[in-house]
Design a protein around this ligand. Structure first.
Ligand code: ADP
Ligand code: AMP
Length: 209
């Protein structure tokens, strides 16, 4: 059983690496952002409460995210291990997680700040299958369409420049302090997240080995 956390700013490549690694390791990829977006799309009570915070680039309140995550961790799908992507994002979340599940490793995606705005504003995804593209670094074969199912690609409402700037600030203020929290626990490994996807993937395997 492996219990991993990917920590790092929005746009660092956590989701891209997590999707591939979780498949290889046979563990559950839990992206709290993706789970929240599916609640918004389905119009659940949680989705209706969360939507305004998300569109503005703010964090969804801890009590909502924690209740959601606890349910996900209890589900049978997570019993063989999990990879948390985008959680925890506050000290309160990290402390709560400590009481829920012992972690094996926390990987910090370390990347130059300048790359993030560009990566996020060029990000597009398939609303049907969830595949993530980038207009510059990972364009679809047919412009504007998903390679897998041909669905028109869309931009996340929080990937527009003003929301991105808010998210980067929120990361610095609320999430960056977790680096010290996990360093003190001796669980943190730094990953150089600059460079092409395959290069980062190779470094990631080394960091986990
Ligand atoms: P996060 O989950 O950390 O927010 P994503 O994995 O969604 O980040 O990546 C953000 C954007 O950058 C996406 O458009 C993705 O295709 C692209 N991307 C991810 N990793 C790399 C990389 N190593 N080099 C260039 N572009 C990347
Ligand atoms: P992400 O897909 O990780 O970029 O997350 C998208 C948005 O979902 C964030 O900007 C927050 O509004 C919300 N979100 C995701 N994970 C969390 C979390 N752990 N705590 C609070 N809000 C979150």
């Amino acid at each position: 059983v492996q219990r991993l956390v990917f920590l790092g700013p929005p746009g660092a490549g956590k989701g891209t690496q997590a999707a591939a690694l979780a498949q290889v390791l046979g563990i559950k990829h839990l992206s709290t952002g993706e789970i929240l977006r599916s609640h918004v799309a389905a119009g659940t009570p949680l989705g209706r409460e969360a939507e305004g915070f998300m569109t503005a680039g703010q964090l969804v309140p801890d009590r909502l995210v924690l209740a959601m995550l606890e349910a996900e961790l209890r589900a049978p799908a997570a019993s063989a291990g999990f990879l948390l992507d985008g959680f925890p994002r506050t000290l309160a979340q990290a402390e709560a997680l400590d009481g829920l599940a012992p972690l094996d490793r926390v990987i910090f995606f370390d990347i130059g700040e300048g790359t993030l705005l560009e990566r996020l504003t060029q990000r597009r995804h398939c609303p049907q299958c969830g595949l993530v593209y980038n207009l510059v670094t990972k364009p679809p074969a047919t412009p504007g369409r998903c390679d897998q199912d041909g669905t028109p690609l869309v931009q996340r409402s929080d990937d527009r420049e003003d929301a991105v700037r808010t998210r980067l600030r929120v990361y610095q203020e609320q999430t960056a302090p977790l680096l010290e929290f996990y360093t003190r626990q001796g669980r943190l490994r730094r990953l150089d997240a600059n460079g092409p996807v395959e290069v980062v993937a190779t470094r990631l395997r080394a960091a986990l080995g």
